[in-house]
Design a protein around this ligand. Structure first.
Ligand code: CA
Length: 527
């Protein structure tokens, strides 16, 4: 009769090697490299159900410091890889981590971190944020000054001119502030003129275009600020590819102004302004502008180059199809072909995956903690909604799959890859909340004799409500069925917990919303 105590431990008791999680249960701890990935991809903005943003951020900063102390160069390489390849929805965690490496690392780490600055801080806004982190971590030294100076000196002049007019200041920093600290020196007349304009502006901007092909963009920006002639403004936008940040807001109710901006508009700006462009009447069914937008959204290579993250597309889809913004009074009638293009764009924004033919159980944690806060601070995308979207990516590739939802009990899930994402999101949003037992997917599959090769569990790993630990449930499933089933934990919150046993080679941790996650899951499933 003692047998019932063996091989099954309640989740409120620790297995060897486990630590207490935030929910009153016990989980394994991920190693610092896995946690670094989670932080770089999921961030800590808005905190989690269990931890305030401040605590979660401080914990993650400590993890970055440990990685930097352990292997500084590896840490910097990881930061650059995740940021530069567009694997993360936001660049903020990478900037913070790079600043930690730049200020806290040993000599070679600091050097590598500063050298990587242009690859991680690719636009003015990034650089302003990096400056704020540097300030918080102890301020400016010689190496910092040199790195900032180099940022202004190494960038291609036409890109630098665009930075100058597009992002003049953000979060208490401006180019003027940075240039006064870094004072870069160059003999290049064009570059000097850009830097001088950033600090002081120019005197005597006339009606005649500047003769320098790079500086003429700054001239056009200055001219657009003062002209009262609508036709001239539209011509300036078309002729000099002015971005929307450079167009006076009172002109933005005019569809012709948006029509002039659209051909040179970057994908990020286009996706953010779909509602606006529809509201002002530019994007109408069957119009050439809609065609252009749909073509852009379908250009996978261009979307990758612009580092458009699937999470941004999910947010855009959710907002655009609802026909109004989350704030303000802007409303529009969504154009169906654009909604469909956003839906398709979401899937193609992930790294391409070949089907494995393995049987996948896609198990979604729909407990209470998954319904609060937002992944990477993206409005409306709770870990629960993010889980459904991520699971649909795998379901779209793997024909042999089943969905299940769990909290402390099984929860029927009516989602399928045939659905459009916003329908699936709506379906999962309406499910009641419960306590958390991450062992349920395996226990359910064992009890019902469901053949599963790969359990994909989408969760925050805060499990506590079960009479048996998830790893024990998996071991039991393997024994009873004879299937060497694997477990993939798709972590949806940047905490340190995992239900996967790090000592078991058949278990894997990936960070939810890593664009590479579906491909990694597929490689792992294949062995
Ligand atoms: Ca929970």
């Amino acid at each position: 009769m003692y047998a019932r105590h063996l091989g099954s431990t309640p989740q409120t008791e620790a297995l060897p090697g486990q630590i207490a999680n935030s929910a009153g249960g016990f989980s394994f701890a991920v190693d610092d490299w896995t946690r670094l990935d989670r932080f770089l991809i999921l961030g800590s903005e808005g905190g989690s159900y269990y931890a305030a943003e401040r605590k979660l951020t401080i914990d993650n900063a400590a993890c970055v410091e440990r990685c930097v102390a352990l292997e500084g160069l590896r840490t910097v390489a990881r930061i650059v890889e995740v940021s530069d390849s567009g694997r993360a929805p936001k660049n903020e965690p990478a900037l913070m981590a790079l600043a930690i490496a730049a200020k806290r690392g040993n000599t070679e780490t600091r050097r590598a971190a500063f050298a990587a600055l242009p690859r991680v801080a690719r636009i003015g806004t990034h650089l302003f944020h990096f400056a704020e982190y540097v300030k918080a971590l102890g301020g400016w030294g010689r190496a910092t000054t040199r790195a900032f100076s180099e940022w202004y000196l190494s960038m291609d002049p036409s890109r630098l001119a665009l930075q100058a007019i597009k992002y003049q200041q953000r979060d208490g920093w401006s180019h003027r502030d940075l240039l006064r600290k870094a004072h870069p020196k160059t003999d290049d007349a064009t570059r000097n003129a850009i830097l001088r304009w950033m600090v002081k502006g120019w005197d005597g901007i006339g009606t005649v275009p500047h003769e320098d092909p790079v500086l003429v963009k700054i001239w056009a920006f200055e001219r657009a600020k003062v002209t009262t002639d609508r036709k001239e403004l539209i011509r300036l936008i078309s002729d000099y590819d002015l971005p929307h940040e450079c167009v006076p807001s009172e002109a933005k109710g005019d569809p012709a102004v948006w029509e002039a901006m659209l051909p040179s508009m970057g994908q990020t700006a286009m996706i953010r302004n779909l509602g606006k462009m529809t509201a002002v009447g530019l994007l109408k069914p069957l119009s050439a502008s809609v065609r252009a937008v749909v073509d852009q959204l379908g250009d996978v290579a261009a979307m990758k180059r612009a580092r458009i993250h699937p999470l941004s597309l999910l947010v855009a889809l959710k907002t655009y199809q609802q026909g109004h913004g989350d704030k303000g009074s802007l409303a529009w009638a969504p154009v169906a072909s654009i909604v469909d293009a956003l839906d398709a764009g979401f899937y193609s924004a992930f790294k391409a995956v070949e089907p494995t033919g393995k049987r996948h159980l896609l198990a979604l944690d729909v407990s209470g903690s998954m319904g609060s806060t937002a992944i990477a601070g993206m409005a409306g995308i709770t870990p629960r909604i993010g889980s459904a979207a991520m699971a649909l990516v795998t379901a779209n590739v793997e024909e042999s799959h089943a969905f299940m939802g769990f909290s402390h009990q099984l929860v029927p899930l009516a989602i399928s890859p045939r659905q459009r994402l916003d329908d699936a999101v709506r379906a999962i949003s309406n499910i009641p909340f419960g306590a958390t037992d991450c062992g349920l997917p395996m226990a359910w599959a064992e009890k019902n004799k469901i053949p599963v090769d790969v359990f994909c569990v989408y969760t925050d790993n805060e499990t506590y409500a079960g009479s048996i630990h998830p790893v024990q449930a998996l071991q039991s499933y393997r024994q009873k069925t004879g299937i060497g089933a694997k477990l993939v934990v798709v972590g949806m919150v940047a905490n340190e917990f995992t239900i996967a046993d790090p000592a078991d080679a058949g278990m894997l941790d990936v960070a939810g919303f890593d664009t590479a996650a579906p491909a990694v899951i597929s490689d792992f499933a294949r062995g």
